[in-house]
Write a protein that binds this ligand. Structure first.
Ligand SMILES: CC(=O)N[C@H]1[C@@H](OP(=O)(O)OP(=O)(O)OC[C@H]2O[C@@H](n3ccc(=O)[nH]c3=O)[C@H](O)[C@@H]2O)O[C@H](CO)[C@@H](O)[C@@H]1O
Length: 365
């Protein structure tokens, strides 16, 4: 029986890979004991308890790049959160601790490493996040999903390519007619538009324009705005008189269950979304977020564009017409779309959860 402590959070991209790993562990070892540590402010405080996993919180905030009074408070909070993490670790007594990114796992993994408990970080992106780079010095193994991420860790001997566990979770899902829930027709080709786990304002604005032209097309659209953007989108004049073949929703719980029914994805280039897209082999139009550290989404997206597995539009060049043109180019050209789908699939890692799990097991033994 393995006792696994997991930490990671802030956004879905750091949480869903952790949940996929947990699902795989529970399947292989139903007696495994699992504890998840996050913050009360991150999306994890909602997502993790919802799926029935024990959840504890610590308080933490991110470092600013320059030294300031706020940073002194951050340093104080970091030390306090390391102290709090140690207490949680002492009580739970994990065999191994895994961090999937976000500030919160900085404290938890650092505390575990100091207590000489085996530690692993999982870096989803092609460029490593600040927390993982810091943790790279202390942990036992560094699991990556893009070769490019190797450059960010001097500790080469610790690096293992595993891919993103979410990939394995999505390949297991069977086709369903869940699109009916949104008033859509499961027999039609469906374009899914969403700006990551939190939604993206620029993508939303362009999408609202683009979906007007979906009227009369043989395909349909599912537009997911992100929870915080939904009311504003629905209140805008452009949201009136939308075509019948388009549905707009704030969030899709259990996104993987609809992915097998999707013919094209329009979205950000978050690493976990890309793991899902490649695991299933779905063509995509990627609009990387320009607001993330070291522009890592552009690098994520480029890894697919180079393999002719996706198209990329820069956010600065995005508008409704351009978005619609790209969608209709792919939806009207079956050959292009199939080629892109098979190139995407070739880049997928459908056994990523098993790979990550065996890294954990190798440290426990
Ligand atoms: C702004 C920001 O910091 N973004 C980062 C964050 O993105 P973000 O949290 O947006 O993560 P991803 O795009 O990688 O993944 C989104 C996840 O949310 C799920 N989903 C999304 C919408 C929805 O309605 N329902 C739903 O379940 C998707 O299926 C996917 O599993 O983490 C990623 C992985 O480390 C990074 O690559 C991103 O750069």
């Amino acid at each position: 029986m393995m006792r696994l402590l997991v930490s990671g959070g802030g956004t879905g991209g750091h949480i869903y890979p952790a949940l996929a790993l947990i699902e795989d562990l529970k399947e292989k070892d139903p007696t495994a004991e699992i504890l998840y540590v996050g913050t009360s402010r991150g999306l994890e405080s909602r997502i993790v308890p919802d799926v029935g996993i024990d959840f504890k919180t610590i308080e933490i905030q991110g470092f600013k790049r320059s030294l300031s009074l706020k940073n002194l408070k951050t340093i104080y909070l970091f030390l306090k959160s390391v102290h709090d993490s140690k207490k949680i670790i002492k009580t739970f007594k994990p065999d191994v601790v895994v961090g999937t990114g976000g500030y919160v796992c900085g404290s938890v993994l650092y505390a575990a490493a100091r207590m000489k408990i085996p530690t692993v970080i999982h870096e989803q992106n092609s460029i490593a996040g600040v927390t993982n780079k810091f943790l790279g010095h202390f942990v036992d193994k560094i699991c990556i999903c893009f070769d490019h991420a190797k450059d960010d860790f001097p500790e080469k001997e610790k690096i293992v390519f595993t891919g993103n566990p979410r990939a394995q979770q999505v390949v297991k899902i069977k086709k369903s007619d869940r699109l009916k829930e949104f008033g859509l027709d499961p027999s039609k080709r469906t374009v899914l538009i969403f700006g990551g786990s939190r939604g993206a304002r620029r993508i939303n604005e362009s999408a609202l324009e683009a979906i007007k032209y979906f009227k009369g097309q043989p395909w349909q659209g599912l537009f997911v705005t992100g929870r915080v953007h939904y009311d504003k989108i629905m209140a805008s004049p452009s949201a009136k008189d939308l075509p019948q073949n388009v549905a707009i929703v704030p969030y899709v719980n259990d996104m993987p269950s609809i992915l097998p029914e999707i013919s094209l994805i329009v979205g950000r280039a978050g690493a976990t979304s890309l793991a899902e897209i490649t695991a299933l082999g779905i063509p995509s139009i990627l609009i990387p977020s320009p607001y993330v550290t070291h522009d890592h989404q552009t690098y994520n997206a480029m890894s697919l564009v180079e393999k002719k597995a996706a198209l990329m539009i820069k956010e600065a060049e995005l508008d409704g017409q351009k978005l619609f043109d790209a969608v209709s180019e792919l939806e009207n050209d079956a050959e292009l779309s199939e080629k892109m789908a098979s190139n995407a699939k070739a880049a997928g890692v459908p056994d990523a959860a098993d790979r990550l799990l065996s890294v954990l097991e190798s440290l426990v033994r």
